[in-house]
Design a protein around this ligand. Structure first.
Ligand code: SAM
Length: 367
C-alpha cells in the first residue's frame, strides 16, 4: 500500500527533517514551511514514528479538496477513501485549523467533516449509525486559502514526548528542537560535547541518543499501533532500530549552576538509558574551564523571557563569553531570543539561523 505522509515540525527545522527522512530511505521528500511530505508504505509509518528525531508527528494524507463553501467541503471529504483506514467501529474525532479561507467557524467545520466521513463510512459498511466504540483515528484538517487537506494522525502524543522527561526545569527546550540543534552543530559522537546551561539535560541527552544512534521512539507507543486496517510489524521495526545502535567512548559534559536541575537531568538521562555517557556537574558557566582539547558546545541559556530578566540574562552571557576567552578549541552554538546576544557574549557569530523555541522567535548563533 502506497501512502502519502506529512510530518509537521517546528519552524526552522524543515531542512534537517527533510535530510533525516531522505536518510531513513523515504521517497518523494518535499519540504514546505513547517512540514515535510513524503511517500512510503505502512512500515515507513512505524519507522518514521520510531526513528525520526525532528518530526513532531506523522500524519497520513487522506486527500485534498476545494473548500470555498460547506457543500464543496462535504462532497470533497465524502469522496475520500476513509474506509482504507477507519474500520466499522473506529472512532474518528476531528480537529484542525483554518487560515485565509472563507469558512472560519471551527465547530461548523468539524461537524461538516465528521458528517461527510460518517456518510462515506455508513454507506461502505451499510450502517445507519456508526458505533465509534473502537480505537481512535484522529482526523486532522488544514483549511488554507479555501483548500482543505485531510489527515489521520498516526502518532498520538507529540513525538517530542520521548518518555524520558517527566521531570523538567522551568523552561525546558523541546526534545525535537534539542536534537536538531545538536545535528546542526555537526556533533556526530566524536570529540567532546558540552552543555554548560543544561537545565533538565535535554540537549546532552539528545546528543547522547544521536551519538549512540538510539532511536528516540523506543521508549513509547504510538496511536497507530492499535489500528486494525494498517498493521505494520512495529516490533520488527523496533528490533531493527535497536540493532543499529553502537557504543563508543563518548565525552559528553552537562552542567548547571542549579543543583536541583542537575539532579533532574541525571534522572532523565537514566530514564533515557544514557546516564553512563554523560558527565554531570554543578558549575557556573561564567567560570567555564573544561580542560580538554575542545569540542562542541550546544546550549540554551536563560533568555530573560521565561527565566530571569533580560539584564540578568545578558550579565550571564557576558560572564560566559569572558570565561571562553581563555579557552581554545570549543565551537560554541547558542540558541537565544536576544538579538543582542553577540554583543554581550563578546564574539561575532559566523552564522545565525532563525528558529522558534515554542512561541519564542530565536536565533541559533553559531560561533
Ligand atoms: C533555559 S534553561 C535550560 C533548559 C534546558 N535546555 C532544558 O531543556 O531543560 C537555562 C538554565 O541555565 C541555568 N543557569 C543560569 N545561570 C547559570 C550559570 N551562571 N551557569 C550555569 N547555569 C546557569 C539555569 O539554572 C537553567 O537551568
Amino acid at each position: 500500500m502506497e501512502l502519502e505522509f506529512c510530518a509537521p515540525c517546528l519552524f526552522g527545522l524543515e531542512g534537517p527533517l527533510g535530510n533525516e527522512l531522505r536518510h531513513l530511505g523515504l521517497r518523494d521528500v518535499r519540504v514546505e514551511d513547517g512540514r515535510v511530505y513524503f511517500t512510503g508504505g505502512p512500515r515507513d509509518m512505524a519507522l518514521t514514528n520510531i526513528r525520526s528525531r525532528f518530526a513532531e508527528r506523522v500524519l497520513i494524507v487522506v486527500g485534498r479538496t476545494e473548500a470555498g463553501d460547506f457543500d464543496s467541503l462535504f462532497e470533497g471529504v465524502r469522496a475520500m477513501e476513509w474506509e482504507k483506514f477507519i474500520p466499522r467501529a473506529g472512532a474518528f474525532p476531528v480537529k484542525g485549523y483554518t487560515h485565509q479561507s472563507a469558512i472560519t467557524s471551527m465547530p461548523a467545520l468539524q461537524r461538516s467533516i465528521n458528517k461527510a466521513v460518517a456518510a462515506r463510512l455508513g454507506r461502505v459498511y451499510g450502517l445507519e449509525r456508526l458505533p465509534e466504540t473502537g480505537e481512535t483515528y484522529q482526523i486532522q484538517f488544514a483549511l488554507v486559502r479555501d483548500e482543505a487537506t485531510l489527515y489521520i494522525d498516526t502518532t498520538g502524543p507529540g513525538l517530542h514526548k520521548r518518555g524520558y522527561r517527566p521531570d523538567q526545569v522551568e523552561a525546558p527546550i523541546r526534545e525535537t528542537l534539542a536534537a536538531a540543534l545538536v545535528d546542526i552543530s555537526g556533533y556526530r559522537g566524536r570529540g567532546d560535547f558540552c552543555d554548560p546551561f543544561c537545565g533538565s539535560g535535554t540537549i546532552a541527552i539528545e546528543a547522547a541518543l544521536a551519538a549512540k544512534n538510539r532511536a528516540p521512539g523506543l521508549g513509547r507507543s504510538f496511536t497507530a499501533e492499535s489500528w486494525k486496517n494498517i498493521r505494520p510489524d512495529w516490533e520488527n521495526v523496533r528490533k531493527e532500530a535497536r540493532s543499529r545502535e553502537f557504543d563508543r567512548d563518548y565525552t559528553i559534559f552537562a552542567s548547571d549552576i542549579d543543583p536541583d536541575a542537575v539532579k533532574i537531568a541525571r534522572r532523565n538521562a537514566e530514564r533515557a538509558g544514557v546516564d553512563k555517557l554523560i558527565r554531570f556537574s554543578v558549575a557556573d558557566a561564567g567560570k567555564f574551564a573544561l580542560s580538554t582539547n575542545g569540542g562542541i558546545i550546544v546550549t540554551n541559556p536563560p533568555y530573560g523571557e521565561r527565566l530571569l530578566d533580560i539584564r540578568a540574562a545578558r550579565e550571564i552571557m557576558r560572564d560566559f563569553g569572558k570565561a571562553m576567552k581563555g579557552i581554545t578549541g570549543w565551537k560554541v552554538n547558542i540558541i537565544s531570543s536576544d538579538p543582542e546576544l553577540e554583543r554581550y557574549f563578546g564574539y561575532r557569530a559566523a552564522k545565525v539561523r532563525k528558529l522558534y523555541n515554542g512561541m519564542i522567535k530565536c536565533g541559533y548563533f553559531m560561533f
